[in-house]
Design a protein around this ligand. Structure first.
Ligand code: 13P
Length: 239
């Protein structure tokens, strides 16, 4: 399983330090073999060896340059960051990133051999038009994206389920993930109001290889509990 914690614009450097201490110790004491990725804010990046991966929530697709307010490859290299989140719905809808910009970012970081967690997902109005419209929308979000990229992790995050407490039914998740499975062999994550109460159930679904967690990942205790649920699933299937 792959479990990702997306902090968004939450937590200070000090809070992230305390959080990482709890998660790293949990991973080591419990000999966790699942892939754990934490996406803190840029200000909390540190160049220290860890037993979990650290990724960034965004970066500008350039080595460096005149991109006011952005950080680029040179700054990520300083922290040995090789994992990035691209296409998150908040960057699409709040920051106004276009599919063209997102695809350019994907190409740049793929050329740099980054592990890329690429996000897709539909707004409620599209979901209400049915499965066909939904898959057309997701297809458009895959335009210009190499779904055969070896270091790709694809995350399905319905916009209407992000930060709302609403989640699709298990069957709705399985329908979308089955369709995504036809498009790529990459691991498939589900994201959108994942919490301790539903993580185990969601990770046990067909074609779900992990979760991308926002609000509920802000508690180190809750995130560790979800990691424990994943470890339990591995035991169940004899891994
Ligand atoms: P929530 O878990 O807060 O719904 O956020 C999901 C998300 O956007 C993770 O990237």
């Amino acid at each position: 399983m792959i479990l990702c914690a997306n902090f968004k614009a939450n937590k200070t450097r000090q809070e992230t330090r305390a959080y990482m201490a709890v998660v790293e110790s949990f991973v080591s004491v419990n000999e966790i073999e699942d892939t754990i990725i934490v996406f803190p804010p840029f200000t909390a990046l540190e160049h220290i060896p860890r037993n979990v991966l650290i990724g960034v929530q965004n970066a500008y697709p350039a080595q460096n340059g005149a991109y006011t307010g952005e950080i680029a490859l040179e700054q990520l290299e300083e922290f040995d960051v090789k994992t990035i989140l691209i296409g998150h719905s908040e960057r699409r809808h709040i920051l106004g990133e276009t599919q063209e910009q997102i695809a350019a970012k994907f190409r740049f970081f793929a050329e740099q051999d980054f592990a890329i967690v690429y996000c897709v997902g539909e707004p409620l109005a599209v979901r209400e038009q049915g499965d066909e419209a939904l898959m057309r929308y997701i297809d458009a979000q895959c335009e210009g994206i190499d779904l055969g990229y070896p270091d790709l992790i694809l995350a399905y995050e319905p916009v209407w389920a992000i930060g709302t407490g609403l989640t699709p039914t298990n069957e709705q998740i399985e329908v979308v993930h089955a369709a995504l499975r036809f498009k790529t062999t990459a691991p498939l994550l589900y994201g959108g109001s994942v919490k301790v109460d539903n993580a185990g159930e969601i990770m046990a679904l067909q074609n779900v290889d992990g979760v991308l967690v926002g609000s509920a990942s802000l508690s180190a205790h809750d995130f560790c509990e979800m990691i424990a649920q994943a470890a339990e699933l591995n035991t169940d299937i004899g891994v």
